[in-house]
Design a protein around this ligand. Structure first.
Ligand code: ZN
Length: 598
């Protein structure tokens, strides 16, 4: 009995210390946006109970979902640190995104700083007269090695604004006050403030889904919400489980791009653009993509994508799954929601195939390389001449997804599909193992579902082997036209743009007549057929020319005047038109039907 006593009190002491430590340390942010026309946020942080000689505060270099270094730290200005008595504390920057505050063991450290904002974009913070978009990774510092500390955020909206939209939990009884259990959740939860409109919320499997946004535009709100609900239902039916308590679609204003989060997505939106069915379907595909990401990338994820490295970025070779297959499912989900026709579905895939197949990058870069290199290439591939040596996993990814799906259906007598692979990854890695998967585990999951080796199909991921569309489409009784078509008109293979009074080469197709004569992006064009060069003369010349005609340019290349004569040819392109083939057998019929209906 005696021997146990000191041990018990030690346990009690330890427990008590941890409990009081947990109780005492707190991080509370207040974000103010007075004078929104000045475009900067005023941020205050009160840290209590973190007694240290010094504290390293850090700003992420990127935000998950947008695979580019953003260097958010450069927008932080006017940093001031004080202790509980108001005495100023010294600080110094120890690297690009770290501020070391000499806190001298004081119980309270107050920081205040400003975040300058420059442009409205889904992957940056922005403030103007109409809205505040708080991208947390660009606004909130975290303490080094304390990413798992809980945090509170108090938003003080500009007096003209009525509403805050965010996926963060509200703190009961406190207006515009939110909490996150750790910084991963905080950095995953953007906050939109303004005079926002909320459309009628809807429930799927008893869970509430909201759509809130800024200047939503002029469109049929009722029909849109009906369709969006069907899209969410189709996505949920694909995986079979809803992992969140509520979900919010947050429309941040017009502009490109969207980013996925665990229980919300933020994206550019303007309902006035729904002028025709194509643009409406494009928007539904886009929203289906962002929504499906809450499964595929936020939960069904490559092992490298969590915990995130907020300093260096998290590279993976599997973005073809996270992004490419999210494109695949954006089409499938909208189709299975009963919104698009078969022809519209085929056409969506056709668009990616044409984009991928008619560019030379397919002979240089594999899907794995494109995933891994995206940090230097940008998410949509490189620009300039390098564009010829890279591919986009947004194009090849869905095409390879199709081949995998048809193959799995064929070898399992249509008993299994790509959906089963996604469900397996969700259950096995997200729900059971609570982690991401390695490349080997991913391949094993595909092969487990197929019940056979998929070595040949994985070569489409790891090599630049040409995709054999006809064989795989035939499994579903579909024909695909892979013949090369000669397009009408004359073809030079490059475009021009004007800057002030000068004309420059904009884009050049690899292997085109212009390319073969040494025309490259950025070169200056002085004369076209003896006349002063303009974009309009160039376009008119091409429009009236025939293959075999020529155009004479005087160019300035490295400051040397150069005459270049180009003979027009015809442009050739593979169309990849998809049609049902005649007389399908029973399995082909079943595969097509199963694929279309899910
Ligand atoms: Zn995406």
């Amino acid at each position: 009995m005696k021997t146990n006593k000191p041990f018990a009190s030690l346990i009690f002491f330890l427990f008590f210390s941890i409990a009081t430590l947990a109780q005492k340390s707190s991080l509370v942010y207040t974000v103010k946006m007075d004078n929104p026309e000045w475009h900067f946020f005023h941020v205050q942080l009160t840290c209590k109970g973190i007694k240290k000689e010094f504290i390293d505060f850090k700003m992420p270099a990127w935000t998950p979902g947008y695979y580019q270094k953003m260097d958010f730290a450069k927008n932080l200005e006017q940093l001031k640190a004080t202790d509980e008595t108001g005495k100023e504390l010294k600080w110094e920057k120890t690297n690009d995104n770290t501020w070391r505050v000499s806190s001298n063991n004081s119980n309270t450290v107050n920081l205040s700083y400003e975040i300058k904002t420059v442009r409205p974009f889904v992957a940056t913070a922005y403030l103007d007269e109409t809205r505040a978009y708080i991208l947390p990774a660009a606004v909130f510092l975290h303490i080094d090695k304390m990413l798992n500390h809980p945090v509170q955020v108090i938003v003080v909206p500009d007096s003209k604004w009525n509403r805050v939209a965010t996926g963060l939990d509200s703190l009961a009884g406190k207006k515009f006050t939110y909490s996150a259990p750790d910084f991963d959740i905080l950095y995953d939860s953007p906050i939109l403030v303004g005079n926002l409109e909320e459309l009628t919320p809807f429930k799927v499997r008893g869970v509430t889904h909201r759509f809130i946004g800024l200047k939503l535009g002029d469109f049929d709100r009722e029909q849109f919400i009906l369709d969006l609900k069907k899209v969410v239902e189709a996505a949920v039916n694909t995986i079979g489980h809803i992992p969140y308590k509520n979900y919010t679609f947050i429309a941040i204003g017009s502009g490109p791009g969207g980013i996925e989060h665990l229980n919300n997505t933020t994206f550019g939106f303007n309902g006035s653009n729904f002028k025709n069915r194509d643009s409406y379907i494009r928007t539904l595909h886009f929203l289906a993509h962002e929504y499906f990401h809450h499964y595929n990338v936020k939960r069904i994820r490559p092992i490298e994508l969590g915990p995130f490295d907020y300093d260096k970025g998290s590279r993976t070779k599997m973005l073809w799954v996270s992004e490419g297959l999210s494109v695949y499912y954006e089409y499938m989900v909208v189709k299975r929601a009963g919104i698009t026709t078969d022809a519209e579905l085929f056409n969506a895939f056709r668009g990616n195939m044409v984009a991928f197949e008619n560019k030379p990058g397919r002979l240089y870069q594999t899907l794995e390389q494109a995933s891994y290199e995206t940090w230097s290439d940008g998410p949509f591939g490189r620009t300039g001449d390098e564009v010829n040596k890279t591919i986009s996993y947004y194009d090849k990814g869905p095409a390879v997804g199709l081949l995998f799906d048809f193959k799995i259906r064929q070898v399992t007598n249509n008993k299994k599909s790509l959906d089963d692979v996604m469900r397996f990854l969700y259950k096995e890695y997200y729900q059971k193992k609570k982690r991401g998967f390695t490349e080997e585990e991913l391949k094993a999951a595909f092969e487990l579902v197929a019940g056979t080796s998929l070595n040949e199909e994985f070569e489409y991921v790891t090599t630049t082997k040409e995709l054999d569309y006809p064989t795989y489409f035939n499994y579903a009784g579909l024909a695909i036209d892979t013949t090369t078509q000669v397009l009408p008109g004359a073809y030079a293979g490059f475009t021009l743009r004007e800057r002030e009074d000068s004309v420059f080469v904009a884009n050049v197709d690899y292997g085109s007549p212009g390319w073969n004569k040494g025309i490259r992006r950025g070169q200056q064009v002085l004369k076209i057929n003896g006349e002063k060069a303009t974009v309009s003369i160039f376009n008119k010349t091409i429009a009236s020319a025939r293959p075999g005609d020529k155009i004479v340019l005087i160019m300035s290349i490295n400051n040397v005047m150069t005459d270049i004569e180009i003979i027009f040819t015809s442009k050739t392109e593979k169309e990849f038109k998809i049609t049902p083939s005649g007389n399908p057998d029973t399995l082909q019929k079943q595969i097509l039907e199963g694929w279309l209906k899910g």
